[in-house]
Design a protein around this ligand. Structure first.
Ligand SMILES: Nc1ncnc2c1ncn2[C@@H]1O[C@H](COP(=O)(O)OP(=O)(O)OP(=O)(O)O)[C@@H](O)[C@H]1O
Ligand SMILES: [Mg+2]
Length: 447
């Protein structure tokens, strides 16, 4: 018997089919053909490998029925038999595709002790990180010659936004996670000619969505979500590949100190037009002040650092240094840093003005280019800055949370008191001593 499957995969779908990573995600914009590719991939695997046990999941049963059970019943009619009680498609070669859902947090435990060589998670951002982690424990096989795999389709947003973004976009790995196990294929509506031809109005519909939703659903932008504090941040505009920074650019550092909370140190360079590039970050936990200073000095080798600004509370708490095993009774943490060869001065800690300063730097200068960039290897800053949320009690401020790198950035940019602008629109301060693009007070005057 021959099974006829309709449609030809577009280039992105082809990449998805060919991926051999342990975890492959196909995600981003709506309507790119992700669900189509997921169904096809699982059917092709079932046909190709005998006795393969496959699980296809959606968060809720009605979604599962609409999106997969009905289309698969149509596509596999007369070829695979469907057992509606078990919700399983049985193939002639004894492979099976089980369709499941995980509506409540505990639904996931129905898969405990089961073995699936392939797991497909549709709309993976609708699943919590705990659910995904539990499901990976069911992704195994005892048959030789097949490496277990998980496939994910997803759009930005929802409860699973953070873990999907961490694993597949930020590629920030922890413990035993290995970068080579994770592959991401960006989905674009423009790739899906089948949909564009059949329904040209669909793109127009996506274009009329409110800004946040349009960026998430049409452009597949993972850095936007409701309540986002820095909507101006755009990976495309603000993140650059690491490159050599000219020696004559002024360099400085900023630090948000933490011992149990992360400690973040950022290195910045100012170009001749007053634009700032954050070119390095150090992000560490439970490290004594002396040790942090040592690491910072090592990383700065050969660089001329003009100054370092740090959280002002480092000067407040006498005895705090002792508490983090970094100094003597009565000593402040600031003193430990200074004694360890890393001179620091207190940063301006005005929160709202500081966040506004970041906004000013994120904005485009008159020539259209932003005033601030950062290197792509500042992964914690790139993750935390767009994840910051508005404080519901004070709409001007950001909610406290994982904002150690943005705090360090805020301290750093608050030390650049005058807004930078391209040369054509600025007048140098008359007391600029070095003709280096940065005056003594570290900036330009806007005309
Ligand atoms: N290669 C293809 N050939 C023919 N039709 C396709 C192809 N890819 C996708 N389609 C069709 O395009 C439409 C949208 O595809 P699909 O539902 O897979 O998109 P999606 O990315 O999952 O969308 P959403 O983000 O809304 O979940 C569907 O009708 C699907 O059958
Ligand atoms: Mg879909």
């Amino acid at each position: 018997m021959i099974l006829y499957l309709h449609g030809t995969p577009n280039p992105r779908q082809r990449e998805f089919f060919l991926s051999r990573a342990r975890h492959t995600a196909y995600g981003g914009a709506r309507g790119g053909g992700k669900s189509w590719a997921m169904r096809r991939k699982l059917v092709l695997l079932a046909l190709n490998y005998p006795e393969l046990n496959i699980l296809l999941l959606r968060r809720t049963l009605p979604e599962l029925r609409e999106n997969h059970i009905l289309p698969l019943q149509r596509e596999l009619y007369g070829f695979a038999t469907y057992n509606s009680t078990e919700r399983v498609f049985n193939f002639p070669n004894k492979s099976r595709i089980k369709l499941g859902y995980c509506d409540t947090a505990s639904d996931v435990y129905q898969y405990q002790g089961q073995e699936y060589a392939v797991i497909g998670m549709e709309e993976a951002t609708h699943f919590t990180e705990e659910q995904q982690q539990f499901l990976t424990t069911c992704n195994r096989t005892s048959s030789l010659g097949f490496t277990p795999r998980m496939y994910y389709t997803c759009n930005p947003g929802n409860v699973g936004h953070a873990w999907v973004k961490r694993l597949f976009i930020d590629r920030d790995y922890r413990n035993d996670e290995r970068a080579e196990d994770y592959a991401f294929i960006p989905a674009r509506i423009w790739d899906n000619k089948a949909l564009l031809n059949a329904d040209p109005g669909y793109v127009r519909q996506l274009m009329t969505l409110p800004e946040d939703m349009r960026r998430a659903h049409l452009e597949g932008d993972w850095d936007v979500h409701a309540g986002q504090y820095f909507r101006e941040f755009s990976r495309e505009r603000h993140v650059t590949a690491p490159h050599e920074i000219p020696k004559w650019h002024k360099r400085f550092r900023s630090m948000d100190w933490g011992y149990n909370d992360p400690c973040c140190v950022l290195w910045h360079a100012v170009d001749t037009e007053g634009r700032v590039t954050t070119y390095r970050e150090l992000y560490i936990r439970q490290t004594r002040a002396e040790e942090v200073a040592k690491r910072v000095i090592e990383l700065s080798a050969g660089e001329d650092i003009a100054y370092t600004v740090a959280s002002p509370d480092l000067w407040h708490n006498r005895g705090a240094a002792l508490a983090v095993k970094g100094g003597f009774e009565g000593e402040t943490i600031a003193e430990v840093f200074i004694k360890s060869g890393m001179p620091i001065s207190p940063a301006d800690n005005s929160r709202i003005a500081g966040w506004q300063r970041i906004r000013d730097y994120l904005a485009a200068a008159p020539d259209g280019e932003p005033r601030w960039h950062c290197f792509s290897d500042c992964v914690n800053l790139i993750r935390e800055l767009p994840a910051m949320q508005y404080d519901v009690h004070n709409r001007e401020d950001a909610k406290d949370g994982d904002d150690h790198a943005p705090e360090a950035l805020r301290y750093g940019l608050m030390s650049r008191p005058l807004t930078a602008a391209p040369k054509s629109t600025i007048k140098r301060n008359s007391f600029d001593p070095l003709d280096m693009g940065v005056n003594r007070r570290g900036g330009y005057l806007l005309t």
